[in-house]
Design a protein around this ligand. Structure first.
Ligand SMILES: NC(=O)c1ccc[n+]([C@@H]2O[C@H](COP(=O)([O-])OP(=O)(O)OC[C@H]3O[C@@H](n4cnc5c(N)ncnc54)[C@H](OP(=O)(O)O)[C@@H]3O)[C@@H](O)[C@H]2O)c1
Length: 190
């Protein structure tokens, strides 16, 4: 990625997305955030650092103070996606594990926009082509691998960013998906 590349983050208010925004700003790239118009206020961030804002409003204010350009849009709104994509060079998707397959909509918009130099689909974990998982994570791996195959078939330049598991995400709940505190009765060992 060149320093002048304009980077769009889809899912900027998520646990991972905010860090991608901050890293992009720190690297000096013009940084864009696709923000939904009527999304709910987020709870306390999952990956907590001292600098983390606690509400979505604070986070958006933080982005603005850093010079991030906010673009209104939604994965399910094709026109808003194409409009946003036409303003940038690189797309980094950081939407959560329930929206992995929805990335086909981003891929369709990338094809229509025709100007995107590189796409980073929502990965940020193990290399799903080289690791086995048990349910419920297995399903996410299958979906992420499926999106890789669509990206490749469409001929879109891509990077699959694999960074293993985040301790800050899994230690707080003893690796129990969707729990925000350690369970007191039962722990499922994956
Ligand atoms: N390796 C690890 O340990 C680890 C840990 C956690 C996650 N991950 C991976 O990291 C990736 C991101 O996960 P996450 O937990 O950070 O996600 P998340 O916190 O659930 O983030 C969701 C983001 O997607 C946005 N979003 C939701 N629906 C949307 C829509 N229809 N259109 C546009 N944006 C929408 C949300 O915006 P709103 O604010 O508007 O709702 C939010 O910014 C996933 O691939 C996940 O598997 C890896």
């Amino acid at each position: 990625m060149a320093p002048q590349d304009r980077i769009l983050v889809i899912g900027p208010t998520g646990a991972i997305g905010r860090h991608v925004i901050w890293a992009s700003v720190k690297a000096g790239n013009p940084t864009y955030a696709l923000v939904r118009k009527n999304s709910v206020t987020i709870e306390k961030p999952k990956l907590i650092t001292a600098a983390n804002p606690e509400t979505k409003e604070e986070l958006i204010d933080n982005f603005k103070s850093l010079g991030v350009i906010l673009l209104e849009g939604d994965i399910s709104d094709h026109n808003s996606l194409v409009k946003a994509l036409k303003q940038v060079d690189i797309v980094i998707c950081t939407t959560g594990r329930l929206l992995i397959l929805d990335q086909v909509k981003i891929i369709a918009a990338i094809k229509e926009a025709g100007n995107i130099k590189r796409f980073f689909p929502s990965e940020f974990g193990l290399d799903v082509d080289r690791h086995e998982a048990v349910d419920p994570v297995r399903e996410v791996f299958v979906e992420k691998a499926g999106i890789r195959r669509v990206v490749e078939a469409e001929g879109i330049p891509y990077t699959y960013l694999c960074c293993h598991a985040f301790t800050g995400y899994f230690l707080r709940n003893l690796a129990q998906l969707d729990a925000t505190v350690p369970p007191r009765d039962k722990v499922i060992i994956l």
